[in-house]
Write a protein that binds this ligand. Structure first.
Ligand SMILES: N[C@@H](CCC(=O)N[C@@H](CS)C(=O)NCC(=O)O)C(=O)O
Length: 197
């Protein structure tokens, strides 16, 4: 299996973390998104959407979209709750992450880290919606260890990717103690080095 990805991308790290945790072997093909390596004819032949991550399996079939990939890779594993209701709640978080979290938290980080924007120059609406996403997670996690059920699931993997990087996008986590606790627990479960957050 080949994973085309950029290690600076939370979406790509989700895929790497799931493979590492499940002991799946893979070749990591480094794609530099900042050098537009997602726009070459060869890359577009693999993923016409021109985005990483994309995985090419042994039989040549390709799968894009980080949350679709991790859902496929983790099928039949403990990262997806057996209980159908809890699995659906996990999916609720995966869709929410892509529509209500990543477009704000990850985009602000991208603009600050890679485009050199100052925090004060970020679009205030993006900042407001990023904080709204973090606050929703904070309320949910106030009395819980993990987002769904009693164990790490793909919901935690997907949300961890950009939440642990939120400070790089100008989102201080100082006022989010439950989030900080959850980040530390999830990082330990994934055997990741603790983030600065
Ligand atoms: N919804 C997609 C988003 C993928 C995405 O935005 N990828 C970015 C890196 S995080 C990318 O490839 N950007 C380069 C480009 O658009 O050319 C997913 O979850 O995989």
């Amino acid at each position: 299996m080949k994973i085309y990805g950029d290690l600076n991308s939370g979406n790509c790290l989700k895929v790497k973390w799931v493979c590492d945790l499940l002991g799946r072997s893979y070749d990591w093909i480094a794609i530099d998104t900042l050098k537009s390596e997602t726009r070459t004819a060869d890359f577009l032949a693999i993923n016409p959407a021109g985005q990483v991550p994309v995985v090419v399996f042994e039989d040549g079939r390709a799968l894009a979209q980080s949350n679709a990939i991790i859902r496929h890779l983790a099928r039949d594993s403990a990262l997806i709750p057996e209980d159908p209701w809890l699995a659906a709640k996990m999916d609720e978080w995966l869709f929410w992450e892509q529509y209500s979290h990543e477009p704000y938290v990850a985009v602000c980080r991208y603009q600050m880290v890679y485009l050199g924007k100052a925090a004060g120059d970020l679009d205030p609406e993006k900042v407001r919606r990023g904080h709204a996403a973090l606050a929703l997670m904070e309320r949910h996690l106030a009395d819980k260890t993990f987002l769904v059920g009693e164990a790490l699931s793909l919901a935690d993997v997907a949300l961890l990717a950009y939440t642990r990087m939120a400070p790089e996008g100008g989102f201080s986590l100082a006022d989010y103690p439950a989030l900080q606790r959850w980040i530390a627990v999830s990082e330990r479960a994934l055997a990741l080095p603790p983030s600065a957050a």
